[in-house]
Structures are given as structure tokens and as C-alpha cells.
Design a protein around this ligand. Structure first.
Ligand SMILES: Nc1ncnc2c1ncn2[C@@H]1O[C@H](COP(=O)(O)OP(=O)(O)O)[C@@H](O)[C@H]1O
Ligand SMILES: [Mg+2]
Length: 320
């Protein structure tokens, strides 16, 4: 029988929670592929693509399910795995290498969205000019990280060039950019591909419960990964926007489909947005191939839609 390869990044010895998560995803994907009658093989890849290429050519998979999130622990190399698959002409599930590269680079994708008229918060190059609004707040975000790595409360900064320089000095290891901080509500919207085109799944709002008034309402690293933290325990997903606020839901759905088309997404994606105090939506980021593990947003949205994960996998594979 022809095999399906589940391609996974080799995990480092000192892996943190966000890196280990890919193994949970592999389990979920493996089970669903087997339910669909495929024989699966796990293949771990590091930076040595020649070795991976050799193994792939030996297995000759029917297709690959790409779960690679980094190579040698570096998210900057994420697109090389699907690029290798394209080079070898092996079909693969999930977003194309180009979409992964472009959306993985947050400043590049932001510039493209702004140029296309999609609402993305203003970037501030503080070294060149004063902020256009001195009373605005900005958030420091890593250019190439994901999964809220490098995002903490202290990243929210006033439009003060000196404060921003101090922040950068304190974090020399990560390259940050600065975008307008959007106070307001947050929505993480999952989109599922398939034969009939993209389907925007039920929309969850992230509710920040019992947050002290002066604590930033953001999903930083603790909120996403540290189960014992205040942030993790006090952020909850709540569905039901489509019935409670149908107009807002429709506006958000349209933006997600526009992002899907603009970046050539396939299979599965998630768009993180906020809605400011005047009701205007802002795109924070587009996630090509978002996390598929059972406790993550994409899985929760598919369950809310009433899909089994096997059906979801079937749809993702239709996009190969
Ligand atoms: N411009 C912004 N305004 C307000 N909050 C933001 C902004 N950008 C990011 N955040 C907060 O930080 C979290 C992580 O940022 P995001 O852009 O989604 O990156 P990632 O999830 O890849 O780390 C968001 O879920 C949101 O809570
Ligand atoms: Mg995000």
C-alpha cells in the first residue's frame, strides 16, 4: 500500500512546550489519516535536507502531511520543508511554501495586506520618524516568531523612541518590529479548505476574565502555554458571534476569505484579529498551517462546526 508521510521537524533536546506541541499534532493527524485508510510513516527532518530528500525518495509517499514548524529550532527556515517537497514534486497537505514564507514574515505580510487595502495595524519605524500619533501605544512583536514567543505585557510601549530603544537593548536576541496596539476584543478565526473553497469556521472570541484594569489584554506566551499561569486560566474561547452580532461576524468572515485568497492559503489556516473600540477590525496575523492539536483554536472551531477530525482531514487532503 502507498504510504503517507507525516513530516515533522526534529525536536531539540531542550525543547520548550511550544516546540513539543508538534508531537501532539502528529498524533491527531496520524489517527485521522489511519481512519481514512492511509498507512502513515513519521519522518523527522532537521536542517540536512539532502538526507530528508533521500528518505522521501525511498518511501515514495502518495503525499506528505507537512507539520514542519522550524528546522534546527529556527522558525525562519519553516518554508524550506515544503519548498523541498515542491522541488521533489511530492504533493503535500497544507499551505504552499510561498504562503508559509510570506505569512511567516510578519512585516512583509503586513505590508502586503496594507497595500491590498486590508486592515492591518500601522507599523512604526521608530528609528526614522516620530509616531504619527504620540498618544498611541505600540506592541513589540518578533518578526519571525510564532506561538506568542517573545510576547509579554512589557512589550506594550508608548510612542517614545527612547523607551523603544531600551526595550530593544533588553532583548538583543530577537528582532522586533513595532505595530499600533489595538485595545479591544480579540478573535482567532479558523478557515478550512476543501473542494468547495475556503469555509470560515465558527468564530470564537477570546474573553479575558477578571483581568486587572491595568493588565494588558493580550495572549502572550503564558496565556498560550503555561497552564498554571493567571493568563492561561483567565482566557477563554467563547463561540456564538454569528447569532449575537451577525454583521460583525460577516465583516470578519469576509476579511478571512480575503486573506485566504491574497496569500494563496490551502488546507487550513487561522487569522488572528482584533476589533477596536469603534468596531473596526484589524488583522494581527495570518497563520498558514496553524496548530492542529486538540487544545488549540483550530481544533476547537472544527468541533464547534460539528466536524469530526477525520472529516476535517478529508477536507484538508482535498486541497492537496
Ligand atoms: N497590534 C496588536 N494590538 C493588540 N494586541 C496585539 C497586537 N498584536 C498582537 N497582539 C496580542 O499578542 C498576541 C500574539 O500576537 P500575534 O500577532 O497573534 O502573534 P503570534 O500568535 O504569532 O505570536 C495576539 O493574540 C494579541 O493578543
Ligand atoms: Mg497569533
Amino acid at each position: 500500500m502507498e504510504k503517507v508521510v507525516i513530516l515533522i521537524n526534529a525536536i531539540s533536546v531542550a525543547a520548550a512546550e511550544d516546540e513539543l506541541d508538534v508531537l501532539d499534532q502528529a498524533c491527531v493527524v496520524e489517527k485521522a489519516l489511519e481512519d481514512l485508510g492511509y498507512e502513515t510513516v513519521r519522518l523527522f527532518t532537521g536542517i540536512n535536507l539532502a538526507e530528508t530528500s533521500e528518505k522521501l525518495l525511498k518511501i515514495k509517499p502518495l503525499f506528505v502531511f507537512n507539520l514542519v514548524e522550524s528546522l534546527d529550532g529556527d522558525g525562519k527556515l519553516i518554508h524550506l520543508a515544503p519548498a523541498l517537497l515542491e522541488h521533489l514534486k511530492i504533493p503535500y497537505a497544507g499551505c504552499p511554501a510561498e504562503s508559509i514564507y510570506v505569512t511567516g514574515n510578519k512585516t512583509l505580510s503586513k505590508r502586503i495586506m496594507i497595500a491590498e487595502g486590508l486592515p492591518a495595524p500601522e507599523l512604526w519605524d521608530f528609528s526614522k520618524k516620530q509616531s504619527s500619533d504620540p498618544s498611541a501605544l505600540y506592541i513589540a512583536k518578533p518578526v519571525m516568531e510564532d506561538a506568542s514567543v517573545g510576547i509579554e505585557d512589557e512589550n506594550i510601549l508608548p510612542a517614545d523612541q527612547e523607551k523603544i530603544r531600551e526595550f530593544q537593548k533588553a532583548h538583543p536576541e530577537i528582532s522586533y518590529f513595532f505595530e499600533r496596539y489595538i485595545p479591544g476584543r480579540e478573535f482567532n478565526i479558523s478557515v478550512l479548505g476543501g473542494d468547495k473553497g475556503p469555509e470560515v469556521l465558527p468564530i470564537p472570541e477570546i474573553i479575558f476574565e477578571e483581568y486587572p484594569y491595568d493588565k494588558p489584554r493580550i495572549i502572550g506566551y503564558q496565556a498560550k502555554w503555561d497552564e498554571d499561569s493567571f493568563e492561561y486560566k483567565h482566557t477563554n474561547r467563547v463561540f456564538g458571534l454569528e447569532t449575537k452580532e451577525p454583521q460583525l461576524a460577516e465583516k470578519l468572515r469576509k476579511i478571512c476569505v480575503d486573506c485566504w485568497n491574497l496569500f494563496g492559503l490551502k488546507g487550513f489556516a487561522r487569522v488572528d484579529l482584533r476589533v477596536d473600540e469603534s468596531g473596526n477590525p484589524w488583522i494581527l496575523e495570518v497563520n498558514a498551517n496553524p496548530c492542529l492539536s486538540e487544545d488549540a483554536g483550530f481544533y476547537a472551531a472544527t468541533s464547534e462546526a460539528g466536524y469530526s477530525f477525520t472529516e476535517v482531514m478529508k477536507r484538508i487532503i482535498e486541497d492537496v
